[in-house]
Design a protein around this ligand. Structure first.
Ligand code: OGA
Ligand code: NI
Length: 352
């Protein structure tokens, strides 16, 4: 991408201030009580659960260290991703997604409704993944999302697969800790993911931007799934909106850490005990940036609603149930249309 095309220029209220606050750090949580087999002291896990609970309550965002994912897998995905995105647009567009199969490559030239200064390569964790054919609630037809097979680099698919296996494992472990922190059984969330989960691994590429004060890599948004496990390479840019005052806080780089954020589904399951945080990505004029989020998504037929254990007469359900698959497909299909701001939101299901 060259000069900033007007299509990418953010509305004035969304333009980034390029000196985001770094004074207050989001929590950094050491997972060794659950990843280091030598540690078997239940009280150390109790402490960890408490930490997770307060991080979820206060921020919905935290970083984890000693997470058990081998560094080499991450280095491999970083290398492969750089090789893929370094190709010409023409080459990359050979594995473009389309309206029927949302997996593969896209750049925002294709989907001008979003002003994001980035390119993406999406893959499903479970290939193929069953999803609804249309967002229409009266249409029961299903289809599959399958992974694209770029010719270059030849090992891209295998590299992604190896990486996903580990990040998925990490995300399940985190869901157990989150369940415990809400006073639930550790395995409470398992049923939603064991069969036919629709999780996605995304390779994000943010090219350098000549006017970073006008554009954003990703505009302010909340993640729609249960949980996001993100690796960023050596260039910062991810920012989270602090709940207390709406200030944007830059996420500090910690080598080999993962950045975790809650998504809308956990917000609904917990009946707003935890909220999914708003975040965005700032670009810069000198260094391109790469990131690798794993979005943990349940099976398409999952009916998302507050968990029975977490609602009561005093704390009635705050959401009407919605079908995950329909929600997901709605989100992806609006990406193909110029309908910014009309994306489906959990807010539409909130009981007033
Ligand atoms: C996203 C996202 C952050 C990043 O893709 O939803 O928030 O650092 N990405 O790339
Ligand atoms: Ni996000």
């Amino acid at each position: 991408m060259g000069e900033v095309d007007p299509a990418f220029i953010q509305d004035p209220q969304h333009r980034p201030k390029l000196c985001a606050t770094e004074a207050e750090e989001i929590p950094v949580i050491d997972l060794s009580p659950v990843t280091n087999h030598a540690v078997s002291d239940p009280s150390s896990i109790e402490g960890l659960v408490k930490e997770i609970g307060s991080a979820c309550k206060e921020w919905g965002f935290f970083q984890v260290i000693n997470h058990g994912v081998p560094l080499i897998l991450r280095q491999n995905i970083e290398k492969a991703s750089r090789m893929f995105f370094a190709q010409s647009l023409e080459e990359k567009r050979k594995v473009c997604r389309d309206e029927r199969n949302a997996m593969g490559y896209y750049d925002t030239e294709h989907t001008k409704n979003v002003r994001d200064w980035k390119e993406v390569f999406d893959s499903v964790a479970q290939d193929p993944s069953v999803v609804p054919l249309t967002p229409d609630e009266h249409d029961d037809r299903l289809t599959y999302w399958t992974n694209a097979s770029p010719q270059y680099p030849p090992h891209l698919r295998d590299t992604i697969k190896e990486y996903v296996e580990q990040t998925e494992k990490l995300s399940f472990m985190l869901m157990e800790l989150i369940a415990l922190s809400l006073g639930l059984e550790a395995k409470r969330f398992e049923e939603f993911f064991v069969k036919d989960q629709t999780s996605i691994i995304r390779l994000n590429y943010y090219p350098t931007c000549p006017s970073p004060h006008l554009a954003l890599g990703v505009g302010p948004h909340k993640d729609v799934g249960a949980l996001t496990v993100l690796a960023q390479d050596g260039v910062a840019g991810l920012e989270v909106k602090r709940k207390a005052d709406g200030e944007w806080i830059r996420i500090k780089l910690i080598p080999n850490s993962f950045i975790i954020n809650l998504g809308d589904i956990v917000q609904v399951w917990s009946n707003d005990a935890y909220e999914s945080p708003e975040h965005r990505v700032v670009v810069n004029s000198e260094k391109e940036r790469f990131s690798y989020p794993f979005f943990l998504f349940p099976a398409q037929e999952t009916e998302v609603k507050p968990l029975e254990e977490l609602v009561s007469d005093q704390n009635p359900s705050k959401y009407r149930p919605y079908k995950w698959g329909k929600f997901l497909i709605h989100r992806f299909s609006t990406n193909f249309k110029k309908r910014e701001g009309e994306n489906i939101q959990i807010l539409h299901y909130r009981i007033k």
